[in-house]
Design a protein around this ligand. Structure first.
Ligand code: FAD
Length: 418
């Protein structure tokens, strides 16, 4: 367990928020509430990802993601200095680069006025937000603390400290579930309200591969592909993509139907298949690295979840992937999660939510109307937008792996740009 401030330094008389999950959305939520004067306890089931032991175990994987204006605006609204630092650590991608099977390249800019998305190391983003969280006086962070149940009526959280191997119970006023796609907070909320919930696994899985840095004329590390593009190798029923990293490598992700991946189970089949469909990528990655990584790296599934409502009375809400996992083809999952925090805290401000304990003889049954109104408005206003973007993400899989190669698409692009 790592506690980042003492009880004595917390604001007296402030309400206690518990945030479950120290991923990017949980960290941003903790920061936003702390800035408004709440006492925040942040619980994370895993060890602190900034520890050398955590870094070592994730070193083989350099996972990055695309942050767009949506995510940046949320970071700026809550932690402006951090937003600027993240931009520094990111690489702008001004368009997508289509790699045809014979090896041709087609650059398709995202925006005529130069707007772009940004490739950023996922761990770096999370670590940066954790740094902000741990330097906030009002937040205590508990790693290796896995939440096992939430009693929304009594406002009690049960948490397993996995190092001490003991269970602790924590009272709360407000509980935020930012605990990802398989959220325990969402499941506990379903017990007390009539939540509509839908989940769907798509027929494709993904495998991550690393494209190493090359060398420039002076022997310094250099990108093997243009770093200011998101690279796509569309092959109709599957595709490979690559995003640049600051160390001049690219993280490549192959998305393909399960049956297609099942056939690739020996070094020979892997190499023959990749050489046929992605010859230029094989040259850049290197045959040995490709085979070793492909056969060693995990295959992961892709889930899409939708829920409504996102909240319960004045005492709980789910944000980020806990509320809406979406397939990654629109690059908006995390961007939307960060935006959730901005939208929610704006509504809390508009409804005049205060961090101090409301005067009430009976805390148990008391419903704080201002929080309840903010949460009600959050669910009502947010749901349609989140469903729309989740559906766009699903549609964009077809566009990225297939439509971008069709003549109709290319003609439309030309007409749009006239
Ligand atoms: P998570 O990052 O899942 O964090 C949840 C945290 O909660 C974890 O740290 C977990 O350990 C903790 N936790 C879980 N259960 C408990 C418990 N019971 N007790 C305590 N802690 C718990 N999004 C983009 O915006 N752009 C992209 O380019 C992009 N690319 C993607 C590519 C791929 C291949 C995938 C799969 C997703 C991509 N996404 C992208 C989506 C993005 O990764 C997610 O939307 C984002 O990570 C969600 O953040 P989160 O904080 O809500 O949840």
């Amino acid at each position: 367990c790592s506690s980042t401030s003492t009880l004595a330094s917390l604001l007296p008389g402030s309400r206690r928020a518990v945030v479950i999950g120290a991923g990017p959305v949980g960290c941003l939520t903790a920061l936003a509430l702390a800035k408004r004067g709440w006492r925040v306890d942040l619980f994370e089931g895993r060890p602190d990802l900034r520890l050398p032991s955590s870094k070592a175990s994730s070193q083989q994987r350099s996972i990055n993601l695309a942050i767009s204006h949506r995510g940046l605006a949320a970071l700026e609204a809550i932690e402006p200095a951090a937003a600027e630092r993240f931009l520094h650590a990111a690489i702008p991608m001004r368009g997508r680069m289509i790699h045809t099977q014979p090896g041709g390249l087609d650059s398709q800019l995202y925006d005529r006025d130069g707007q772009c998305i940004h490739s950023i190391d996922r761990a770096l983003l999370n670590e940066g937000l954790l740094e902000e969280v741990t330097s906030s006086e009002n937040v205590r962070t508990f790693f290796n603390h896995r939440v096992t149940s939430v009693d929304f009526e009594e406002r009690i959280l049960t948490v397993r400290d996995t190092i001490a191997n003991q269970e602790v119970r924590r009272p709360f006023d407000f509980c935020v579930g930012a605990d990802g796609s398989y959220s325990i907070v969402r499941r506990q909320m379903m017990r007390v309200l009539r939540m509509d919930y839908h989940q769907e696994y798509i027929g494709s899985e993904y495998v991550e591969l690393k494209m190493p840095a090359g060398r420039d004329r002076d022997g310094n590390p250099a990108f093997l592909l243009d770093p200011n593009h998101l690279h796509i190798w569309p092959r109709h029923s599957f595709m490979l993509i690559a995003l640049p990293n600051k160390d001049k490598t690219f993280t490549c992700t192959l998305f393909a139907p399960t049956a297609e991946l099942d056939r690739l189970n020996t070094p020979d089949t892997v190499l023959t298949w990749f050489k046929f469909y992605f010859p230029d990528a094989v040259r850049a990655i290197g045959e040995e690295i490709l085979i070793a990584d492909f056969l060693k790296n995990p295959r992961s599934s892709l889930i899409c979840t939708k829920a409504k409502p996102y909240h319960y009375l004045d005492r709980g809400v789910i944000l980020g992937d806990a509320a809406h996992s979406m397939v990654p083809f629109y690059g908006q999952g995390l961007n939307c999660g960060l935006e959730d925090v901005r939208v929610l805290t704006t509504l809390m401000d508009q409804e005049g939510v205060i961090a101090s304990v409301p005067e009430s003889p009976d805390r148990k049954d008391d419903v704080d109307r201002s929080v309840a109104r903010a949460l009600e408005r959050y669910t009502e206003g947010r749901h349609r937008d989140l469903v729309a973007i989740s559906d766009l993400a699903m549609d964009n899989y077809l566009e990225m792996r297939h439509s971008v190669t069709t003549l109709t698409y290319i003609v439309k692009k030309v007409v749009d740009n006239i």
